[in-house]
Design a protein around this ligand. Structure first.
Ligand code: CA
Length: 243
């Protein structure tokens, strides 16, 4: 069965160019030029994949993403402006499976599409929507799963984090990242390793997303409880040390 892709892009020339490349690769392609039309189309038809620009007229790409994923599990790759790290992070948190920064090489976009289609068609990886899926992705058995550092307690089954009994509110990806660092106590993890584990598969490059997550976690834990939990190892990555 041919994969059908919804391409949402309001820059006409870019949309046309990408459409031709996708058709050439043998995909079926539908196009939308604004957010509202895109959302309606995406709700109506079950696309294999959606390529979604963030800056759109009528309804922003982020809003389309949020509303769509409330109803459906369609994999979405975001097309983001250069250096819009916050967009990328909030896009991933909102449930996009990947993003690509404009301007992009068409080969890279095609590669990411192939990865996403393979990944989400086969059902090999469940979307990390519920904590249970996040747990499976990190390979942690649900029965055990309480990790500790000083007065911090992360419970995988409860999907909760507390410090000295105070509850800490983390996003799914912040939680996964903290979990992975705690599971690998005293082992320095590279940004690449963290990215792969936290985001599920090979993000080519873009490891600054990890720095953003570390900053968020530090602002919610280290700064609030005056501890130095996540340590930066320059030129290598991050580690939580047992003492
Ligand atoms: Ca645009």
């Amino acid at each position: 069965m041919e994969a059908c892709i919804l391409l949402v892009e309001d820059e006409e020339k870019l949309a046309r160019f990408v459409e031709l490349e996708l058709l050439h690769e043998g995909y079926e392609v539908d196009k939308a030029m604004d957010g509202r039309t895109a959302l309606n189309m995406a709700l109506e038809k079950d696309y294999s994949l959606i390529l979604l620009d963030i800056m759109l007229p009528e309804l922003s790409g982020m809003e389309v993403l949020r509303r769509l994923l409330k109803v459906k599990d369609t994999p979405v790759i975001l097309l983001t402006a250069r250096d819009a790290v916050m967009d990328k992070v909030s896009g991933l948190d909102a449930g996009a499976v990947d993003y690509i920064t404009k301007p992009f090489a068409i080969e890279e976009l095609l590669a990411r599409i192939r990865v996403a289609l393979k990944r989400y068609d086969s059902g090999a990886l469940k979307r990390a929507k519920e904590p249970a899926a996040a747990m499976d992705a990190a390979g942690v058995p649900a029965e055990e799963g309480v990790l500790r550092w000083k007065e911090l307690e992360l419970s995988v089954p409860k999907h909760s984090v507390t410090y000295a009994g105070h509850s800490i509110d983390l996003t799914n990806r912040e939680f996964m990242m903290l979990q992975i660092l705690l599971e690998n106590m005293d082992i320095v993890l590279s940004r690449d390793t963290l990215l792969e584990k936290v985001c599920g598969y090979e993000y080519l490059g873009e490891t600054n997303v990890i720095d953003v997550y570390v900053r968020y976690i530090r602002s919610k834990i280290d700064e609030v409880f005056d501890v130095h939990m996540i340590q930066t190892v320059r030129g290598v990555g991050y580690v939580i040390k047992s003492n």
